[in-house]
Design a protein. Structure first.
Lengths: 411, 411
């Protein structure tokens, strides 16, 4: 292993590819806007597939539109999957997801170029809709066989069905894309931290031990539409007041009783949504995240109590619909050690840590041994055009991924 | 005057016309959706013009798309204008505005059928965009020459410019539609109360002495987009928290310090508006209304102070842009007395009152002597499909309008 232990990525090619990839859905602010199934997202995926083919890899697109590139070896029985996602939030940065997919592609290219014969096959994967623009962890849940067809047929998934019309995809194929876990040796995901811990402690590499659980919900408060000039204030049934009070209450209760959890109200829609009418209905999209399921359950119960009391206070009706959830997850200890060893071989500092962001790895961890590798995010900023990681950190992470892969495949 | 003193409207025709008019933009809930310049609104206006022409009235559409029907008399020098508006809020009821336009048409028809020769000409008018869907009191401000071209060219008015594209309207003509006040003898507007005072006191007719002043504004809070999972709660700059806190604060300060005023947050728009991103920006459309300008100024100052302290609390920037305003107004005492006398002649009870809703009459009152006549609203409900006034009350109001018109025109 002495020669391959020092195998590293092609820095120039990696940087050039990263710059090209960043151009798909590029925004004036320097970020990318590539929601799943958007034209920019599909273009980025086509480019990824083309680059993989140019490198002599075998490209496959499954029923859930997961894009993968494979490198197989004679006698190898199982496949080690590495990857992330090419979709972004609407105001996304260039690194979130894209960095990990590109690093996976580069790892396969380097292994192929080096002529290594590994004991496991390699697959670089780009999962569909990791950002849950339409359906929570659509691609990895489909891949691992835990995406029910019924979920794709709910009203919540209607915008996705509209988005995929004419793209040659169908719901049955999506739900039927599950693979056999016995085919796989594990899953590794390289990602930016999206938080400030590595950068603040001047650490090169994060080894993710646990991944946050998350629950997304849609809350609808319903009151009564009234003339905003003539209706006495005290008899209004203003759905907007419920939405506002809930937003503040969510933050207050996280602050006082759930310091290890976070939450967010990300959108509201007012009906009828005009200045001179008291709002009849307000739809509130919110989420909360927690380190373990016990805290998740406790927080959810408190949130539901609070919503009920707010509805009573403002004389409103309410309905809460879960729109997505992912269980908190532990990563594989052997893979954690392998990542740490790889960092050490490369002379990089590393620390174990918790991931406050959701990742496809938490879905994959219930299916095959999985681990996530983090690199520092400048300022801890993410889901923002200003999201940035240094070129050196990006190369370090890709080299740790490559060395970890080699350690798991007899390279 | 003994014969015309008892002249009343054609009840059957009035009811049939009201039912027909209610069909334009009719909603499943029993209301109407006729925002200014919508297809339903334009269809209702065409129908109105057609009915006026059938009655032998002279129809005119001015540069601001105000639709009017006129009845002129030899030797008459001035014109008494009566009317209201055919546009509605998106979840509007059938009566708000439409009732007053139809009553004005019926008054002109009855005068013409009765062969009366009056000393002033009559004009039944349907003002454009009274509900300020695009521009505050567009039609009456254009008619009275106080709608600056510059206002139509602001970003705030951009949606209107889009809505009128292809309709043969242009901004210069809109702003240039002002009439000479010396041509006019006065303005009378018949309207539903949109509040509970008449119905609760079993009074037939409201004589409006004063009309509320109102100020509409758009408030934009700007923070920073961040990953909603990984960014520590305490360093987020969440624009949604500012919007929520402002909504509650507006209601609280109205409740404690401004009991004679009302306010409303009618819409919010979140950017980027997705669940897993901390909102970078939230746009809040709000309004407040006040009985006199002194209270309006005082309330506005307190609101601006509160917004500044909320922005500081949540580390946000903010910008407040006025999007519409109308001064509070007093109606004409002589017209008030004329309405009261007309009600008395018809054996109806009447009371003087304040209008908490804005009306074109408050724009017209700065231009020509004006008054508003109210009829009871069942439950005080308005801007809602359940908005309702009884057939008897509608007929009473139209007869009071007719008798008041005759009293002002030697009929």
């Amino acid at each position: 292993m002495s020669d391959s232990a020092l195998l590293t990525i092609d820095r120039e090619r990696f940087q050039e590819d990263f710059d090209t990839l960043s151009s798909f859905g590029a925004t004036a602010e320097g970020g990318v806007n590539r929601p799943a199934f958007s034209a920019a997202h599909r273009a980025a995926r086509r480019w990824f597939a083309g680059r993989a083919e140019e490198a002599g890899l075998v490209v496959h697109v499954d029923g859930a539109s997961n894009h993968s590139a494979s490198l197989t070896f004679p006698g190898a029985e199982k496949t080690l999957v590495i990857g992330s996602h090419l979709d972004s939030v609407p105001t996304g940065g260039r690194f979130d997801g894209a960095y990990g997919v590109l690093a996976a592609l580069e790892v396969l290219r380097r292994v192929k170029e080096a002529g290594l014969q590994l004991s496991v096959n390699l697959m670089a994967i780009d999962f569909t809709d990791e950002e849950s623009h339409y359906v929570e962890f659509l691609g990895s849940r489909a891949f691992t066989g835990v995406l029910p067809l019924a979920e794709l047929q709910t009203p919540h998934a209607a915008p996705m069905r509209e988005a995929i019309a004419g793209l040659g995809l169908d719901l049955e194929a999506m739900a039927g894309s599950g693979r056999d876990a016995r085919e796989f040796a594990g899953y590794l995901e390289l990602h930016i931290e999206q938080g400030p811990r590595l950068i603040n402690s001047s650490t090169d590499i994060g080894i993710v031990e646990s991944i946050v659980g998350l629950r997304f919900s849609r809350l609808v408060f319903t009151g009564q539409a009234d003339h905003a000039g003539t209706t006495p204030m005290e008899i209004r049934r203003n759905a907007g007041l419920g939405a506002a009070a809930f937003t503040l209450a969510l933050h207050e209760l996280l602050d006082t009783d759930f310091p290890n959890c976070v939450g967010n109200v990300g959108n509201m829609a007012f009906t009828p949504g005009v200045t001179n009418v008291v709002s009849r209905q307000v739809t509130v999209d919110f989420e909360f995240r927690f380190p373990d399921e016990q805290q998740g359950d406790a927080l959810e119960a408190v949130i539901e109590d609070r919503i009920a009391s707010i509805a009573e206070q403002f004389d409103l009706e309410f309905e809460i619909t879960p729109t997505g959830r992912a269980r908190s997850a532990q990563t594989d200890p052997a893979l954690q050690r392998a990542v740490g060893d790889a960092a050490e071989r490369l002379g990089l500092s590393a620390m174990t840590m918790h991931s406050g962001a959701g990742h496809d790895a938490q879905i994959m961890s219930a299916f095959t041994p999985a681990c996530v590798i983090f690199i520092p995010s400048v300022g801890g900023i993410s889901h923002n055009p200003a999201e940035f990681s240094t070129r050196e950190d990006c190369e370090n992470g890709a080299n740790v991924l490559l060395q970890t892969v080699l350690s798991q495949s007899g390279g």
